[in-house]
Design a protein around this ligand. Structure first.
Ligand code: THU
Length: 160
């Protein structure tokens, strides 16, 4: 028996100005997308923006429902919309942020586990690492170069 550990590397940027311009723009669009959130129950407005290999950018926001589980996270709305509008086009990057009606979010917003599992599939199909950028309404940006740092011990189709 031996103890092991999984290292989850990421890069922390102080603010958007430190990012390369196209990543800063992607995050800016994610911030913009929070304005479209339909979140009357949580009042937690999430925005996501996806950049594809053909340069297209697709945004998404969370959409809630009175039957709570019927709603969907901003990241999956953005990823599924991108796959619907540009089937077969590889994903390069995904930015996520949130705005709350009740408090200032000054730390990076972490995608939920279900969205991470979808990111795994997206990365597999894209055949290139998916860059994931996370920010609060303000504050530092966490950047993950590939989903494995966000989702260790991933479930893959090879297990099926
Ligand atoms: N939410 C997202 O849109 N993305 C996440 O990664 C976490 C949670 C949404 C779902 C729900 O509408 C609200 O935030 C509160 O959980």
């Amino acid at each position: 028996m031996r103890k092991e550990q999984f290292i989850c590397p990421y890069t922390l940027y102080e603010n958007l100005d430190e990012l390369e311009p196209r990543d800063a723009e992607l995050m800016r669009l994610a911030h913009e997308a929070t304005k479209n959130a339909y979140a009357p129950y949580s009042k937690f407005h999430v925005g996501a923006a996806v950049r594809l290999a053909n340069g297209a950018i697709v945004t998404g926001n969370n959409i809630e429902n009175a039957a709570y589980p019927s709603g969907l996270c901003a990241e999956r709305v953005a990823m599924f919309a991108a796959m619907a509008q540009y089937p077969g086009v590889a994903f390069e990057a995904l930015a996520v942020t949130a705005h709350s009606a009740t408090k200032l979010i000054a730390e990076p917003v972490a995608p939920c586990g279900a969205c991470r599992q979808v990111m795994v599939e997206v990365e597999q199909v894209s055949k290139q690492p998916l860059k994931v950028l996370c920010q609060g309404e303000t504050g530092p940006v966490m950047v993950f170069d590939g989903i494995e740092s966000l989702m260790p011990f991933i479930f893959l189709d090879k297990f099926l």
